[in-house]
Design a protein around this ligand. Structure first.
Ligand code: NAD
Ligand code: ZN
Ligand code: ZN
Length: 231
């Protein structure tokens, strides 16, 4: 009983199992768990294997630590195999405003005859907090307010509602860092949940038509626990 208690309190801890020498791959480095981490070759302890407590997935300890260090160090860890979240994944999105509107008479490609829902996010430049890459320095916003478009169908409305649940339950919609697209550092960037930012056309690759978008974004949201059960 006492032991169970301890395990519940420490479910972020991983069980070390150097003796577990299975033939599975580590899904972070893609090398065998029976050998050293593909990223830590030559380093002492590069062959130590750990197992996450609740989902039981195994990784090189080195790989898991490197993954943790390269993402937001917010004391949460997401299993790269099954996406189970250990600790509370809170994110680092600066404060802002989200609003939605109906664009009457405008349709996105593939949903002709339906109006469009625009979901917009406004975030102002500010000073980075302790959760950001350069605490105390400025962060900048580029291209805000940013707008995502959804068809005004039952599924599109559901996704819009899920966006609200998502943004009010965590700080993962945007983050502060370096933009892949522009290369600018200390800027607010999209994070975790994909939006369709083009109403007409698909120049950026983030437009319509995309028949699987609504289903894909529903899966992205479900990865973060946002489902019908939240409504
Ligand atoms: P990023 O490039 O660092 O990428 C982060 C995530 O956002 C990735 O998942 C990526 O797939 C997604 N993403 C990238 N471009 C997107 C787009 N156009 N629409 C929807 N999702 C996109 O993220 P970022 O720096 O936040 O996004 C860069 C995009 O922001 C540019 O493509 C551009 O459209 C827009 N932007 C606009 C202005 C402006 O002044 N209008 C300025 C800077 C950036
Ligand atoms: Zn590995
Ligand atoms: Zn797992």
């Amino acid at each position: 009983d006492d032991k169970n208690h301890r395990e519940d309190d420490n479910d972020m801890d991983a069980d070390e199992g150097t003796e577990e020498r299975e033939n599975h791959d580590c899904c972070i480095c893609c090398d065998k768990l029976s050998g050293p981490s593909g990223y830590g070759e030559g380093l002492a302890c590069a062959d130590v294997v750990v197992q996450l407590k609740r989902c039981a997935h195994k990784f090189h300890r080195f790989c898991l630590l490197e993954m943790y260090k390269s993402t937001h160090k917010n004391e949460s860890l997401q299993c790269p195999s099954c996406k189970l979240i250990y600790g509370e994944k809170t994110g680092t999105c600066p404060a802002g405003v989200m609003r939605w509107d109906i664009l009457s008479g405008s349709s996105v490609a593939g949903y002709e005859g339906y109006d469009t829902i625009s979901v917009s996010y406004d975030i102002r430049s500010g000073v980075q907090g302790p959760e950001h890459p350069k605490p105390g320095q400025a962060f900048y916003t580029q291209g805000f307010p940013r707008v995502g478009y959804l068809p005004d169908t039952d599924k599109g409305r559901k996704v819009c509602t899920f966006f609200f649940v998502f943004i009010s339950s965590n700080l993962l919609m945007f983050t502060v860092g370096t933009s892949y697209t522009t290369g600018s550092s200390d800027v607010v960037t999209w994070n975790e949940i994909h939006h369709k930012t083009e109403l007409y056309g698909n120049y950026s690759g983030h437009g319509y038509p995309d028949a699987s978008y609504l289903d894909n974004v529903i899966l992205e949201l479900a990865d973060h626990g946002v489902t019908e059960d939240c409504l």
